[in-house]
Design a protein around this ligand. Structure first.
Ligand SMILES: Cc1cc2nc3c(=O)[nH]c(=O)nc-3n(C[C@H](O)[C@H](O)[C@H](O)COP(=O)(O)OP(=O)(O)OC[C@H]3O[C@@H](n4cnc5c(N)ncnc54)[C@H](O)[C@@H]3O)c2cc1C
Length: 325
């Protein structure tokens, strides 16, 4: 990574992707400035549940079905990053309680995931979790200590001799033509005042419960094509019903609803790499796995900036896969 020394990089966006990229670049010796107009966790990264879930995402989400290797490689980069940034990883695993126990267990087995069926659930230790807001704060402060500078405002086009990395989430602004490919997926999530504070994530069909010391989380809806952040009472009620069906003891807890907007590409994997716009690299479209993928995205972007081999997953992530000219 010595080739990063002397590189000048502007990162647009201070969500999970932008912060992990900034930290990776600064660690290699690049001069990095991060721009974002929003408050530190007022983005999809701050709203998210923080699951780092290669196993159940591959087994339960059709768009991830062919990418277990990539998701697992991303997860395996987390312990080192978490150590460096002081982020706590909850490794108590995850359990599926839905209607398809046999199929899910068979799918995990076919992937080579160590998982067990215990009565009405399938459990694996391979899926982990972090607390997103604490992780954003830790990444920001570790990046600052590594020399990253922060500005509050919109990023502009690439400055002379500098590379611009767009980690701008679901925003479809004019800084790169590929952003027109992004589709928003709005999501509701509930923050409970209480609930289990540690233990495996509980996954059902279309709902999950994440134990958390700050109040368990219940997620998440997927409103495709919608990018407003209004809380919709009918969606909240649906999430509550689904969560209480899994864990009836949640029924009396107060809940605060929040929304975030994920960015999706046409094939469900992010666009990471060169844009058609000169001196611009893209790191967008991580859909429902942005936290999981963030360190892999950061490594890939750092390799592009350094002129190194971007690694075995670069072709699957390359924005040029959508360029049919
Ligand atoms: C309800 C919900 C639950 C989720 N749960 C999980 C989960 O359990 N695990 C997981 O891995 N993922 C999860 N996700 C997905 C994850 O949150 C996203 O994939 C991830 O946060 C994307 O990070 P990002 O940095 O690309 O975007 P964001 O977090 O949206 O950050 C983009 C930032 O760019 C800034 N920006 C926009 N335009 C500009 C500009 N022109 N200049 C400068 N800055 C700009 C914005 O202000 C914003 O702060 C969830 C998402 C939602 C909504």
């Amino acid at each position: 990574m010595a080739k990063l020394t002397g590189a000048r990089v502007t990162v647009a966006g201070a969500g999970a992707l932008g912060l992990c990229i900034a930290l990776e670049l600064a660690r290699g010796g690049a001069e990095v400035v991060v721009w974002d107009p929003a408050a530190p966790d007022d983005n999809a990264s701050g709203v998210a549940a923080g699951m780092l879930a290669p196993a159940f995402e591959t087994a339960l989400d059709a768009a991830s079905a062919d990418h277990f290797d990539l998701l697992l490689a991303a997860r395996d980069l987390w312990p080192d990053l978490a150590d460096r940034a002081g982020i706590a990883l909850d490794r108590s695993g995850a359990a599926y309680f839905g209607d398809h126990i046999g199929a899910v267990a068979a799918r995990l087995k076919a992937l080579g995931v160590a998982a067990g069926v215990y009565g009405d659930r399938v459990y694996t230790r391979e899926d982990w979790r972090l607390s997103p807001r604490a992780a954003l704060a830790a990444l920001r402060s570790t990046a600052g200590a590594a020399g990253v500078r922060f500005g509050q405002g919109l990023a502009e086009g690439p400055a002379d001799g500098a590379v611009l990395v767009l980690a701008t989430g679901a925003e479809r602004h004019g800084l790169a033509p590929e952003l027109a490919l992004l589709a928003p997926i709005k999501g509701h999530i509930l923050r409970l005042s209480g609930g289990p504070d540690i233990g495996p994530v509980i996954r059902g069909d279309g709902v999950y419960i994440c134990p958390d010391p700050a109040g368990a989380l219940v997620g998440a809806t997927m409103e495709r094509g919608v990018d407003d952040r209004t809380v919709e009472p009918a969606r909240v009620a649906g999430l509550r019903r689904a969560a209480e069906a899994l864990l009836p003891e949640l029924a009396d807890l107060d809940a605060r609803a929040e929304t975030g907007v994920r960015a999706a590409t046409p094939d469900g994997l992010p666009m990471v790499g060169p844009s058609l716009a000169p001196d611009v690299l893209l790191a967008v479209g991580a859909r429902r796995n942005g936290w999981l993928l963030a360190p892999l995205v950061a490594h890939t972007i750092a390799a592009y900036v350094a002129g190194d081999d971007p690694g075995p997953f670069a072709a699957r992530l390359d924005p040029r896969r959508f360029d049919k000219r």
